[in-house]
Design a protein. Structure first.
Length: 140
């Protein structure tokens, strides 16, 4: 059985090396779907949707929502962080270990699932909708 919960966040990014306008800092209103697999337990559920919210969705809220996601290998990372830090003490730059494409974000979240979710539940796939027309799906 597979159950799904989605969560919406807003964040900015830029794609290092992109030949078009995605190389510029811009943002999206992301919708991220978490597809969890498991056996139906004694209450008739795979997992309480509140557990997905308290783990995966709360992680998104804390780490990516209203942040600027920048790759730790971005050649202008230090300059961007310096500018943002000068005007914002809230820590709105989040450095990630990957170029922040929808594909890489989905894969990262898929790998985060086993760390955050209870052992009886498997994160089967993560769908990152960057826009209503464009999305990336990472699956086990």
């Amino acid at each position: 059985m597979i159950v799904t919960r989605y969560h919406d966040i807003s964040c900015g990014h830029r794609i290092v090396g992109h030949p078009g306008k995605c190389r510029l800092i811009h943002g999206h209103n992301y919708r991220i779907h978490f597809h969890c697999e498991g056996d139906i337990a004694h209450l008739g559920m795979v997992v309480d949707f509140g557990v997905i919210k308290a783990t995966m969705c709360e992680w998104l809220e804390k780490n990516w929502d209203h942040k600027l996601l920048l790759w730790n290998e971005d050649p202008i990372l230090d300059d961007l962080k310096s500018i943002v830090d000068k005007y914002d003490t809230m820590g709105s730059v989040e450095t990630v270990s990957f170029n922040p494409t929808a594909e890489n974000m989905a894969q990262y979240l898929l790998e985060l699932g086993p760390i955050l979710l209870p052992g009886s539940v498997k994160l089967k796939s993560v769908l990152v909708e960057e826009t209503r027309k464009c999305s990336a799906l990472a699956e086990c």
